[in-house]
Design a protein around this ligand. Structure first.
Ligand code: AMP
Length: 413
């Protein structure tokens, strides 16, 4: 008797899409194995000089420049590239498509399988995320049209922060007005904060439920969060990603009266102030550069504007570390992540300098080592572990998407 034919492998691949207004970022992953199979980016969608850059894992990048009129054409071009690598979107191994959605408001506390009602709710949230949610919706609609049979999952940037207590999530604003306009602190970068806080616990060899972590996500956008036992209890971004830390081009915290002052005295419109605070402030507004490498180079050359920008950036960061220390009461780890947090040793050194009284210290030798994986940079004797933990938002989206689809399938069977 011949042995039965082996069953085909269960679908385990997830395509992660991050759709912007004129861009489409994607990764194809196998979250069970923690493996990336391909990644890429379509830029300048709708222009004549659209660009698609596709990189199969371990292979050479391929680049195409030429008009890609809309997201539908962009996703089809991505599918063609994946096909060339034998990873086509019609493969039976593709289990689901996971979409990064920036704003889930209070409606979405978890990853959610997308249906018409979910789409309508994401649409209803456009007033609180006018830049992001419309672009995310376009990505979802495009992917649904291409593979209507495949589960599509929305993973929200705000979801991890929905565990914040009201005392942290509310502004001290007239309650009726706040509720009428859905004004509260939602927080962003949640996928990264979730991933990094869990990876930090793993680095310490402990369960996420046992540890309190301050996560510092320092990229071009930047946010801090206080995570108690795996649940977010405070975060620095608010109604929009403008609040909190000094960022590449965003001011972070300021006295709201600055806005009335600019309107009354500077005769600026709301749109002009919006652009000023979101695009022309932060590091770029202070010194003309938003890349921390360039700022550090200028600081080392004695440039006063770069020095001031760096000092303001660090001062704000320290204030948040202190604030979240107080919020948590006990801190087991401080985790640095994203472009600046993972790479800029001088930022990590300056942000933790003088915090020995809080049990926070960095070992200069360990801090200077450049490495890829998660690692500790605090001396063995320190009360608080200081860690560098590379974030991986796409892997987190793929993991959450796969977990949801697998759970749904097991309930069906
Ligand atoms: P992200 O938004 O996480 O991609 O981070 C982008 C930012 O990371 C850039 O604007 C740079 O300021 C910063 N960055 C990347 N590499 C380095 C590096 N080697 N040293 C300092 N900053 C870096």
């Amino acid at each position: 008797m011949t042995a039965p034919a082996p069953l085909p492998p269960a679908p385990a691949r997830v395509l992660v899409l991050n759709s912007g207004s004129s861009s489409l970022k994607y990764q194809l992953l196998d979250p069970r194995a923690g493996v990336r199979l391909a990644q890429g980016l379509v830029e300048r969608i709708g222009e004549r000089s659209s660009r698609l850059k596709h990189t199969p894992e371990g292979g050479e990048s391929r680049e195409h420049i030429g008009p890609i009129p809309d997201h539908d054409a962009a996703l089809k071009a991505v599918a063609t590239e994946l096909d060339r690598d034998g990873l086509g979107l019609d493969s039976p191994e593709l289990a689901a498509i996971g979409h990064r959605v920036v704003h889930g408001g209070m409606s979405f506390t978890e990853p959610t399988v997308i249906d018409d009602a979910v789409l309508a709710e994401i649409e209803r949230l456009i007033p609180v995320a006018p830049l992001h949610n419309p672009a995310n919706l376009t990505g979802i609609r495009t992917a649904r049209a291409l593979r209507p049979d495949l589960p599509q999952v929305a993973v929200f940037d705000t979801a991890f922060h929905t565990t914040m207590p009201e005392s942290a999530a509310r502004y001290a604003l007239d309650l009726g007005t706040a509720d009428r306009y859905r004004i509260r602190r939602y927080g962003f970068h949640g996928t990264s904060h979730a991933y990094v806080s869990r990876a930090t616990a793993a680095l310490l060899g402990r369960a996420p439920e046992e540890v309190n972590v301050i996560v510092l996500h320092l990229g071009n956008g930047a946010s801090a969060s206080a995570v108690r036992g795996g649940r977010c209890v405070d975060t620095s971004m608010g109604l929009t990603p403008l609040e909190g830390l000094v960022m590449g081009t965003r001011s972070g915290d300021l006295d709201p009266a600055v806005i009335f002052h600019l309107m009354r005295v500077g005769e600026m419109s709301a749109d002009e102030i919006d652009t000023l605070l979101n695009k022309r402030s932060g590091l770029i507004g202070l010194c003309g550069d938003n890349d921390m490498r360039e700022i550090r180079r200028r600081v080392d050359e004695g440039d006063p504007a770069a020095r001031l920008a760096f000092d303001i950036y660090i001062h704000r960061l320290k204030k948040y570390i202190g604030a979240y220390y107080a919020v948590l009461g006990r801190v087991d780890a401080l985790a640095f992540t994203a472009g600046v947090g993972e790479n800029a040793a001088p930022v990590r050194e300056a942000a933790t300098a003088g915090l020995e009284g809080l049990g926070i210290a960095v070992d200069a030798g360990l801090n200077a080592v450049r490495a890829d994986g998660a690692r500790l940079i605090s001396p063995g004797s320190a009360r608080v572990a200081v860690a560098v933990v590379p974030t991986d938002e796409e892997l987190e989206i793929a993991t959450q998407t796969y977990a949801l689809v697998a759970e749904r399938d097991s309930e069906k069977n």
